[in-house]
Write a protein that binds this ligand. Structure first.
Ligand SMILES: NC(=O)c1ccc[n+]([C@@H]2O[C@H](COP(=O)([O-])OP(=O)(O)OC[C@H]3O[C@@H](n4cnc5c(N)ncnc54)[C@H](OP(=O)(O)O)[C@@H]3O)[C@@H](O)[C@H]2O)c1
Length: 283
């Protein structure tokens, strides 16, 4: 592995990227290869991984391994987790994700479980596997990909219903990443949560595997942010130390205001029952 001179200190070692067969993950793989990282590319579609691996290793002279795995399958996830614990791993990009959109009461519970397996369980287990070695070696970076839908709890039912479980998983990724980042401070291991808005990928063409049609699939007709810009924001935020990276957010201080509101809420919640609950309650 050769690291470019302009590559910052955080970016050393092999990078394991999940969901590297398309979209943001593939863009991340290309950019990290250009920076001299060896790569481990994870996804289900073997052919796509093989093609990308051949391209980037030829172009940038880095070693690229592919790991074909379904992250919702426990046995497959175990293999990825074992690789993430390798002592060459300097960076993990937990990017794979599925949406499972649909009215909550009508959506197949097995699909919802899969959304949680890929978006929550895999992210947590892969990070848990990688971080101890990173701490021991005194360097490492974990990027977890969430979404601006992590902040969707205050949305009215229209125009964005049917995303409760997806939004919930991304809310987990945000809180998990921020809390872990705080826990690992002041170690040199960095944690970032990347929260893209609508991005020009294949994401909305399936719920996870089965193609979807209609308006849902046409969401990308309007474009969305190019994947290269999303990755540029993430890499720049690693340099500046931003934990919560929202690529399209012009007013970066908005994240600080969310943090301040949370702090205020926690600080003013006492261990005494609030009067509005006490009033009128029966014994
Ligand atoms: N596109 C958007 O508008 C948008 C907005 C906010 C956040 N995001 C987030 O960005 C991340 C990347 O999505 P994307 O937009 O780049 O979409 P994408 O093009 O659909 O890419 C998703 C990637 O995840 C992989 N994946 C899906 N299920 C998997 C499984 N069970 N096991 C292993 N890999 C799996 C897919 O590979 P295989 O199919 O080959 O397995 C693919 O490489 C996701 O976490 C998503 O939630 C996307």
């Amino acid at each position: 592995m050769t690291i470019n001179e302009d590559s910052p200190q955080y970016a050393t070692g092999t990078a394991l990227v999940t969901g590297a067969s398309s979209g943001i993950g593939a863009a991340y793989a290309r950019r990290l290869a250009a920076r001299g990282h060896d790569l481990v590319l994870v996804a289900r579609r073997a052919e796509r991984l093989k093609t990308l691996a051949a391209q980037v290793s030829e172009e940038h002279g880095v070693r690229v391994d592919t790991l074909v795995a379904d992250l919702s399958d426990t046995g497959d996830l175990d293999r990825v987790v074992a690789r993430a614990a390798g002592d060459d791993i300097g960076m993990v990009v937990n990017n794979a994700g599925i949406n499972g959109y649909g009215p909550f009461a009508e959506t197949d519970p097995a699909l919802l479980e899969k959304v949680i397996a890929v978006n929550v369980v895999a992210v947590t287990r892969i990070a848990r596997a990688a971080v101890p070695g990173m701490l021991a070696r005194g360097r490492g970076t974990v990027v977890n990909v969430a979404s601006t839908l992590a902040f969707a709890g205050s949305l009215p039912p229209d125009p964005l219903p049917t995303r409760a479980v997806y939004g919930g998983t991304k809310g987990y990724v945000v809180t998990f990443s921020r809390t872990l980042a705080a826990e690992l401070t002041p170690s040199p291991v960095r944690v970032q949560v990347l929260c893209p808005g609508l991005t020009a990928t294949e994401f909305h063409l399936t719920q996870g595997q089965e193609p979807v049609g209609g308006a849902e699939a046409r969401v990308h007709d309007d474009g969305g942010m190019p994947v290269e810009d999303v990755v540029t924001a993430s890499l720049r935020a690693l340099e500046t130390g931003e934990v919560v990276c929202v690529p399209g957010l012009v007013d970066g201080a908005a994240v600080d205001r969310v943090t301040a509101a949370e702090t205020g809420l926690r600080a003013s919640a006492t261990s005494t029952l609030a009067p509005r609950y006490a009033q009128g309650s029966r014994q």
